[in-house]
Design a protein around this ligand. Sequence first.
Ligand code: PLP
Length: 368
Amino acid sequence: MLLLIPGPVQTRPETRAAMAQDIAPWDRDFQAVYARIRERIVAVAGGTPGVHATLPLQGAGHFVTEAAIRTFVAPGAKVLIPMNGAYAQRMARLAREAGRVVVELPLTDTRGATAADILPALDADPSIGTVAMVFNETGSGIVNDAPGIGDSLRARGIRLILDAVSAFGVLPFPLADHPECDALVFTSGKCLEGMPGMGFAVARMDRAEACAGNAQSWSLDLSDVLANAKRAGWGSIRFTPPVQAIAAFDVALDLYEAEGGQPARHARYRANADALYDGLVALGLRPYLDKQHQGPVIVTIHQPADPRFDLMQFVDALKRRGVLISNFYNTSAPTLRIGAIGAITTDDIRRAVAAIGATLDDMLAKAA
Ligand SMILES: *Cc1c(COP(=O)(O)O)cnc(C)c1O
């Protein structure tokens, strides 16, 4: 089966094979792996050793996003969220339910947000101390200009929390150049092509220490993750993590480096997304995004405006041809949502486009 979804992604056999072992989380051999992964992640993030630390948190991406908001935004404080997609909405809900005051900035979901979109909202409300935003919006495929927005926040002394879950490892945001960023968060199962199960925040240690006591939660307290590491070592854990997923992630990082790191992975995903976009247009489908706003991670395409088209039936029929795509959409109009990430190449994409064309023919043309 070819998995074309924006995570968990198709992985390499070497990565999956690393899971086939029993592991004790406090074992010294495993502690060395855990500590090494933390260092490797700071390097991928373009962070500064001694300034930035990797603060792992077991679970889905939402858990580490909530942890970052709880840790770096004080209870009752204001956080501005640019609202241009499903993951921004999820971030807003996490923040609101954690008792933070969310200022929503409504924007279109068909192009990425820039500093020019954000600054008027900050001018209008000087009590906003933090912007929390999504880097790559996995709902539609747009990319928000996190580096440009970060630069303008830095100039104003405003903090940034970045949901880089579907961007990390592919879209650069070098933390050493962005001291305004308290934390960026990502997971093991997306662009680094590991197994799902682990979230990671890469955070400023000074800020994590200054924010101790904010979280109002032990399990979601990144300040406590840091305090524990400082007390008990970088290989130590607070609670049982998905040890097999972590072992696999170490191998996934090997493969990432062997491929050539961020530039190589970005180039491969970009080529995948372009082949997907062009291939679907050649089938006569209408893309949701203009080409210049199409990021390298997922492609969304309008569903055929034909009463015989049914998304669930389409996804099931396509699966019988060996290709699995999302059976839901979260754009404002009905779309097909197809991932360009994972251990796949443009050959896989061409095969998938042919399967999509054949499935549509079965569903629409032949029945006509
Ligand atoms: C995948 C994703 C998440 C987290 O999703 P989980 O299902 O909680 O792992 C968060 N933000 C973005 C932008 C994502 O793509």
